[in-house]
Ligand binder design. Structure first.
Ligand code: SAM
Length: 284
């Protein structure tokens, strides 16, 4: 089977199997071989690696991954694509296709079963409608991937990489940056996909920290404080924290903690670094 990363071969496969794109599954297939090569080189995949691919589609990126990785495990929700994948990937004996929903997959159990308990490398052109739950599920897994190289919506990539003080900075930036170092590798135009998505895309590489950048005694509490801080963007941080019932803190307590930590009572959530949020969570 020829490489699929071009419009002609992709359309030929769609016709052969009489396939119709399923919008509800976020199906936008890559048709640009330059982009595919760049994704695989950004992922730094070697023959030592087992790659987890989420949503192989008709197998376009899987072909490239099969050539550079030791093994590829590809999880695809759409069962009509399974016979297609068996055909387009028949030349490779290091690819295993699993028909399933990645959000319902026990990722640590999968790493244990398929990779001897070692972390996967994740490489994927993600379905955009579930980008955040997929990424957070991977980062919070008992065996998180070492590295994830993923195509996502451009705006979401910018939010994940945003720094304090910028308009994109928020709870998603902090949640991701607690677990991993985010880097936007390149921007990708809608013209590189069939059908064209109606948003711009970016390839993001997330390298998981061996040791977290801040020490949180209670991660759930840290994330509750972060969520409260960004829940009401126009309010000062003091008011946002006091208004969040689940935190059970009074204005006096918050003001006292701010004074202790040298934080201005007029500050808004978007000015605080992850380190400052960790300190705040410890004291509140
Ligand atoms: N990898 C292919 C490519 O680059 O051309 C297809 C990428 S397409 C953006 C997303 C793929 O994810 C589709 O094949 C879709 O069916 C699949 N998908 C959507 N939701 C999924 C889920 N919950 N679990 C696994 N795969 C899913």
């Amino acid at each position: 089977m020829a490489y699929l990363g071009n419009p002609t071969s992709t359309i030929a496969v769609l016709k052969k199997y009489n396939l119709h794109f399923r919008k509800q599954y976020g199906q936008n297939f890559l048709i640009d071989s330059n982009i595919l090569e760049k994704i695989v080189s950004s992922a730094q995949v070697t023959k030592e690696d087992t790659v987890l691919e989420i949503g192989p589609g008709i197998g376009t990126m899987t072909q490239y991954l099969a050539e550079s990785a030791g093994k590829v495990i590809a999880v695809e929700i759409d069962k009509t694509l399974i016979p297609v994948l068996e055909d387009t990937l028949s030349a490779y004996d290091n690819v295993e296709i699993i028909n399933g929903d990645i959000l319902k997959t026990d990722l640590a159990a999968l790493a244990e079963e398929k990779n001897g308990g070692k972390p996967f490398q994740v490489v994927a052109n993600l379905p955009y409608y579930i980008t955040t739950p997929i990424i957070m599920g991977l980062l919070q897994s008992r065996i998180p991937p070492e590295r994830m190289t993923i195509m996502i919506q451009k705006e979401v990539a910018e939010r994940m990489q945003a720094e304090p003080g910028s308009k994109d900075y928020g709870s998603l930036s902090l949640a991701v940056q607690y677990y991993a170092c985010p880097e936007i590798m390149m921007q990708v135009s809608p013209a590189c996909f069939i059908p064209k998505p109606n948003v711009g895309s970016a390839v993001m590489r997330l390298t998981t920290y061996q040791e977290k950048p801040v020490q949180a005694e209670d991660e759930a509490h840290l994330f509750a404080v972060i969520r409260a801080a960004f829940g009401q963007r126009r309010k000062t941080l003091v008011n946002s924290l006091v208004n969040e019932k689940n935190l059970h803190v009074t204005k006096e307590q918050v003001l006292q903690t701010f004074e202790q930590l040298g934080i201005s009572p007029l500050v808004r959530g978007e000015a605080l670094t992850l380190n400052m949020f960790a300190e705040l969570a410890k004291h509140l």
